[in-house]
Design a protein around this ligand. Structure first.
Ligand code: CA
Length: 318
């Protein structure tokens, strides 16, 4: 047997542990006691999607993709291994009754928030319909809530034609008077993906809309500064809703509604970093990833990366 360090017999692979922690190890199952910090909660519902969607599988895959990353930030020279994420698991949907599922999502979310007042949840969809339940729970607990929505679409379809789907979450919240139009800011909408009816409805309701051309011309950080300022005086908490289809199809192949002319992933990452460092932001969801149509889990991996950036910018100072 030789004594040359690092020269190992081939065969069984050996991992030399130099203190590298995989990000997936940050996830710690909730033990029922109140926690603070960041919490993950899955809402695996996609039967409410207008087009075919397997987004119910996303919470599991997004968690799994945390295995792609270490816990170390080279940019901030911070290791997150001592900043665990509480994993609340997934809310079980009803097998066939979608309205019952949506009620269940709202009730469970409300209970989790009430038991953990110091915790900032990251909610994993699911299609975008889950945001109606999640945000309603937020409003029940926090009072007036402001929303910053990243999306290619308004999601303001009427509820009469198809019921509460992934095309209706924000109309749903407005009609239920859970939110006001001037508390909703939509960022990243793009051409030929929305109907005029919904643009008109957005105007009537006083919703602020920043289409992609404005994001490109002004830069995302200026828009977000303005958005936070606009909301801060009116609401007691800000909720960030990230529909991954805000991204250009080149960056998010796993979204059911892909298209050109969208945001690049650097812009979305910078946006999440900015927002997570703001105390007014009390929660975020990530929706509309269908792992079955994704390419090499690119879209789910990006979602995992956004979670880590949120954690990094919430827990460390530059
Ligand atoms: Ca949407």
């Amino acid at each position: 047997m030789h004594d040359i360090e690092y020269l190992k017999p081939s065969g069984k692979p050996k991992f030399i542990d130099r203190g590298i922690t995989k990000a997936v190890e940050l996830l710690q199952e909730w033990d029922g006691e109140p926690v603070s910090g960041i919490g993950l909660i899955g809402m695996p519902l996609s039967k409410t999607s207008i087009s075919h969607s397997g987004a119910s599988a996303a919470p599991e895959v997004i968690r799994k993709m945390m295995n792609s990353f270490t816990t170390y930030s080279i940019e901030r020279e911070v290791d997150l291994q001592f900043a665990p994420i509480t994993d609340f698991g997934d809310i079980t949907p009803h097998v066939t009754d979608l309205k019952e599922t949506q009620t269940r999502l709202e009730q469970v979310m409300e209970e989790v928030l009430k038991k953990n007042p110091g915790m900032t949840p990251i909610i994993l969809g699911g299609d975008h319909s889950i945001s109606a339940s999640s945000i309603a729970a937020f409003c029940n607990v926090h009072g007036p809530v402001g929303i910053i929505q990243f999306d290619a679409h308004h999601d303001l379809r009427n509820l009469e034609d198809g019921g509460p789907s992934n095309g209706t979450p924000f109309r749903n919240l407005l009609e239920r008077k859970k939110i006001n139009g001037d508390h909703l800011i939509q960022i990243g909408l793009r051409d030929f993906s929305n109907g005029k009816t919904y643009r008109d409805y957005a105007k009537e309701q006083g919703i602020t809309v920043y289409p992609m051309s404005e994001v490109n011309a002004r830069g995302i950080l200026g828009i977000l500064e303005e958005s936070i300022q606009q909301l801060q005086s009116k609401v007691s908490a800000v909720y960030v809703s990230v529909d991954m289809d805000v991204l250009d199809q080149a960056f998010a192949p796993g979204c059911p509604a892909i298209g050109p002319g969208g945001m690049n992933s650097d812009t979305l990452i910078a946006a999440i970093q900015f927002l997570s460092s703001h105390r007014a932001v009390r929660g975020m969801d990530i929706v509309e990833i269908d792992p079955a149509i994704d390419f090499r889990d690119m879209t789910s991996r990006l979602a995992s990366y956004l979670i880590l950036q949120f954690l990094l910018f919430r827990t460390s100072k530059p």
